[in-house]
Design a protein around this ligand. Structure first.
Ligand SMILES: Cc1ncc(COP(=O)(O)O)c(C=O)c1O
Length: 430
């Protein structure tokens, strides 16, 4: 019955023959088939079937000014005309590094790479080399890309040693990653102290974004900073989501904590692939060619991505005064509006978020860490997702992802979305 299928369904069938699962990143796979996108502008995307959706996924947080932002397009077009890659340094790279350092004072030196995965991988290697220690500590529910050292979950029983969260990750590698509980400063403190002689770094998303948004409890990040300093363990803030999103200086500015190293990505690229890791000069100077830590990349600092990054950061910097408070207000409107709808539909759920990040969790437990997030009912979320989809509102298909606002979302669109959410929650099982 191919004739009755939508173009998305037809493409999905073709894709599954030649692309594992039909998608190039597993989050894009959901029931019954992913929407295939033809174009996007501002707050909306259009599918290959010509239907328009209001987008609250925003490429998993990469877009803060919406799709196809004019300043980024102009910058990329101008850069492309001059050649897409040289394999030589450019003036733009220097400007971008200076700009990043000026926006995030903890970053004295920065290295550009192409993805968040690459950045955390290299930052961890760098931390190991700098400290001469080999273990790292991450938190349950924290996501730092898809390389071996971070595809690790808590081990069984009382052990804190990580075990692989993906086949193909050697347990010999995973055991060098310790896993602790987000928002539990007592356990984290004890792990850091007990393992300080072998612990190179603590890597943390200051706001967890990859199990839905989970905020740090007051004092949690401060304690991490204090105990890592006392024990000569590097503190790495993975700000791939929060960098330039929570504020122009990221979560470190928002929560007033100075990490040793920072990972940037997503918003940094204005929609193009670029990522970065940077921080203390004495640590960053360990990188090749001036130091013994090897790290390299053909496409690193390519002029197309760098031009997009410069365009978005310069533009955000100019507007930062109003932009972040406006996004925070929009986030409040969504969080409050969703809460009101849940209450009037008598649905028990939690609404989490900060700034332009939000999500609801179908659970009666406050969501403060991985375990409370995982208590959410994913079947109910799936119904909610499909109900919104029917209203042409696209939120992340997984309960354990974050919804993102952009400056391109209008007040009317937020109102219409809240109406759609009201309708969706009314039909959910109580
Ligand atoms: C906090 C965090 N770190 C690292 C990554 C990996 O970044 P990338 O997908 O660019 O490899 C992600 C991706 O979602 C992320 O959210």
């Amino acid at each position: 019955m191919a004739g009755l299928d939508s173009r998305s369904q037809q493409l999905y069938r073709r894709a599954r023959e030649v692309i594992p699962g039909g998608v190039n990143s597993p989050v894009r796979s959901y029931s019954r088939y992913p929407l295939f996108v033809a174009s996007a502008k501002g707050s909306k995307f259009k599918t290959v079937d010509g239907q328009e959706y209001l987008d609250y996924c925003m490429a998993y947080g990469a877009l803060i000014d919406g799709h196809a932002q004019a300043e980024v397009i102009d910058a990329v077009e101008e850069a492309l005309e001059k050649g897409s890659i040289y394999g030589q340094p450019t003036e733009m790279e220097v400007e971008l590094a200076e700009l990043i350092a000026s926006l995030m004072p903890s970053i004295q030196m920065v290295r550009l790479v192409n993805s968040g995965t690459e950045a955390t991988m290299h930052a961890i290697r760098l931390a190991r080399a700098f400290s001469g220690k080999k273990k790292v500590l991450k938190f349950e529910g924290g996501f730092h890309g898809s390389h071996d050292s971070v595809l690790v979950k808590a081990g069984s029983g009382a052990t804190l040693l990580g075990s692989p969260s993906s086949e193909g990750v050697p347990s010999d590698v995973a055991k060098n990653t310790l896993v602790s509980r987000f928002n539990d400063e007592k356990i984290a403190g004890k792990v850091i102290r007990d393992h300080s002689s072998e612990l190179a770094a603590v890597i943390v998303e200051p706001v967890l974004g990859n199990i839905g948004p989970v905020l740090p409890k007051p004092g949690f990040l401060e304690t991490l900073r204090k105990i890592t300093l006392e024990n000569e363990v590097l503190l790495i803030f993975d700000e791939v989501i929060t960098g330039f999103r929570l504020s122009i200086g990221g979560a470190q500015e928002y929560y007033k904590i100075r990490p040793d190293l920072t990972i940037l990505g997503k918003v940094l690229g204005g929609g193009l692939p670029i990522s970065a890791f940077g921080g203390r000069r004495d640590v960053m100077e360990k990188l090749a060619p001036i130091g013994p830590v090897y790290q390299a990349g053909t496409y690193s600092g390519n002029p197309v991505s760098v031009s997009a990054s410069l365009a978005i950061l310069q533009s955000l910097k100019k507007r930062a005064g109003q932009l972040y408070s406006r996004l925070e207000k929009m986030g409040d409107v969504m969080r409050r509006g969703i809460g009101d709808h849940l209450e009037s539909a008598r649905i028990t759920a939690q609404v989490n978020g900060v700034g332009s990040m939000f999500q609801l969790f179908f659970t009666d437990r406050p969501v403060t860490d991985y375990h409370s997030a995982k208590s959410a009912d994913i079947r109910t979320y799936e119904e909610y997702f499909h109900s919104l989809l029917a209203s042409r509102v696209f939120v992340p298909p997984s309960q354990f992802e974050t919804c993102f606002l952009s400056t391109a979302h209008s007040e009317d669109e937020l109102d219409a979305t809240l109406d759609a959410i009201g309708t969706a929650v009314k039909t959910l099982p109580r």
